[in-house]
Design a binder for this molecule. Sequence first.
Ligand SMILES: NC(=O)c1ccc[n+]([C@@H]2O[C@H](COP(=O)([O-])OP(=O)(O)OC[C@H]3O[C@@H](n4cnc5c(N)ncnc54)[C@H](OP(=O)(O)O)[C@@H]3O)[C@@H](O)[C@H]2O)c1
Length: 250
Amino acid sequence: MFNMRGRVALITGGSRGIGRAIAIRLAEHGMDIVVNYVRHRQDAQDTAAEVEKYGQRCLIIKANVAKENDVKAMFAIIAEEFGGVDVLVSNAASGVLKPVLELTERHWNWAMDINARALLSLVQFGLPLMKKNARVIAVSSLGSIRAIRNYTTVGASKAALESLVRHLAVELGPRGIRVNTVSAGAVDTDALKKFPNRDEILENALSRTPLGRLTTPEDVADVTLFLCSNLADMIQGQVVTVDGGYAIMG
Ligand SMILES: NC(=O)c1ccc[n+]([C@@H]2O[C@H](COP(=O)([O-])OP(=O)(O)OC[C@H]3O[C@@H](n4cnc5c(N)ncnc54)[C@H](OP(=O)(O)O)[C@@H]3O)[C@@H](O)[C@H]2O)c1
């Protein structure tokens, strides 16, 4: 069920954090990997080295997922190198963390473009390369349904992302393409270092998680692997939450 040999996965923002864990987990189960990044090439190279330890190919592509031309160029390279793509994980994200009244048009568009609209471009340009039974998986957060201090633009963009996933699931379903969201609780990656209230977020998440520990990048990668497998064939348009029960605590 988890033998993915011969399949190719693109992971946007696959160079570090959750994206890296997903790249490694999929490679461990036989997939060739495309790691996308935008600024930090060394991280992408480090991830590629991990992927290659499993005997899989790893292609590194610098592309800003918010720019249509970058996305188009990325798929042109993938077409040339691999001829197709079986799994698209839309994981890259960014955002300005500020109170609502300090947010500008630029902050709003930044988060929306990278975190939500990117998936639209990725699917539009990637679809010709996607095989039947392909998987599209968006990585989201509990901020899509919860109000979290300073998280407004990212939270709103994640809500848009999850809605986009549902609409894509309906349109791509008849082509045999599964489209779902994997949503995580607080995960201690570089992203959290940007939060002025990082310690409070982590302490709160830990104390309110029934399973008694924080969600790790590997937890998110495991569920992503499951969504790529035939075991998840009838899951379509859903948000699968990986948070040890954090979200159900009132
Ligand atoms: N950490 C959490 O608590 C948490 C919780 C729930 C969900 N998530 C979600 O999980 C995903 C990964 O988060 P993370 O914590 O692993 O983030 P992270 O450590 O900050 O890594 C972000 C990744 O995205 C890439 N990236 C950023 N902007 C990009 C752009 N415009 N184009 C292409 N790549 C771009 C970065 O590449 P460079 O290094 O080159 O900039 C990096 O590889 C995100 O969707 C996030 O919202 C995170």
